[in-house]
Design a protein around this ligand. Sequence first.
Ligand code: XUL
Ligand code: CO
Length: 437
Amino acid sequence: MSAYFPKIKAIAYEGPDSKNPLAFKHYDAKAKVLGKTMAQHLRFAVCYWHTFKGLGVDPFGPGTILREYNKHSDPMKVAEATLDFAFEFFEKLGVGFWCFHDRDIAPEAETLAETNRRLDHIVRLAKKRQRDTGIKLLWGTTNAFSHRRFMAGAATNPDPAVFAYAAAQVKKAMEITHELGGAGYVFWGGREGYDTLLNTDLKRELDHLAAFLHMAVEYKKKIGFKGQLYIEPKPKEPTKHQYDFDAGNCHAFLLKYGLADDFKLNIEANHATLAGHTFQHELAYCVANGLLGSIDANRGDLLLGWDTDQFPLDLYDTTLAMYTVLRGGGFTTGGLNFDAKVRRQSIDPEDLFHAHIGAMDAFARGLKIAAALIKDKVLDNFVKQRYAGWDRGLGRRIERGEVGFEELEQYTLEHGEPELKSGRQEMLENILNDYIR
Ligand code: XUL
Ligand code: CO
């Protein structure tokens, strides 16, 4: 069946010398890197909301992108046609996974009961598509931020009736994610934050968010859903201050409320930079704290202070991300979901292919470069040497908790001024540059 892209064949790997824009130059799904195939390492997913529902809307104008599947007048016909388009796209692109919000795949109806019936219908179709193609669900999630009822948040809403509505929605979204064999479920705090503290009880809202997540954990166990739960940090937008600000903030929240065993994090590159961190920093924080879950791959724009959700192409970013992920043991339940949208002028379906091909190639290159850095131990050896003092003598005794301030004062009185060593930042940056090719 080739309904929507009759002219585009399955995207093939043609190698770095190919000049074909509709071919992979670096992503060779079956090629092995450090003992696993590229597909197993990267676990690419296409996200439904940007790729199929995103139509180029911006604050200055409506969408510019006209898609054939949106031509039907019945919204459920649109939903069915979108699913057809989506699975044709997944197959031709050659990704193993997809991700969605409940409201992406089926439009909301007048009542919750009818909305849920619509979801069940699309889920039945999606399940068949998954079975026929072998494409799996990386994670599902809930859109509890677009409808006007959620203008003041979902789980952190001042009104318990809105909290209840959001709970009902997450309950259903977890059920359908389970039904579709999802490997995970994401909580991105859409409007869980505030616009002004003048009308906000911050402590109460955080307590409510924790109560909500505890209910989700309980329900997950009740229905036997084995997928991993993730929180996706973001510091701002749409609210002035989002409660799930960054990885460190989420970690403290999870620890405080006794949720740390049940959640990992879904790190988004553009959210990291909005928080004033690098993408690698957020991943490194996760690795250091056992929180590495999944990735929303994209990039921001250095000159723009909002979430531009562009397709990731920067080899430094993809290399350092893959370096950190590999050194953290790689993905288990998670993967690389392209939470990215084509620009407003990229109006052809073909642009969706160019966008994803480029991003997949950028991560494949990042993976290969990261593997070479790891194999040659160029950075590892330097770091090991830099901390070698902790593997012997005084350092080892400190790490083992065998000495206190008095012994350390005595040591300093005896040994005097420590001998300083260069951090060699420029040399290490040059080494990294030598590997990026
Ligand atoms: C918003 C964002 C979301 C989540 C899923 O910035 O990243 O698309 O990934 O709700
Ligand atoms: Co995201």
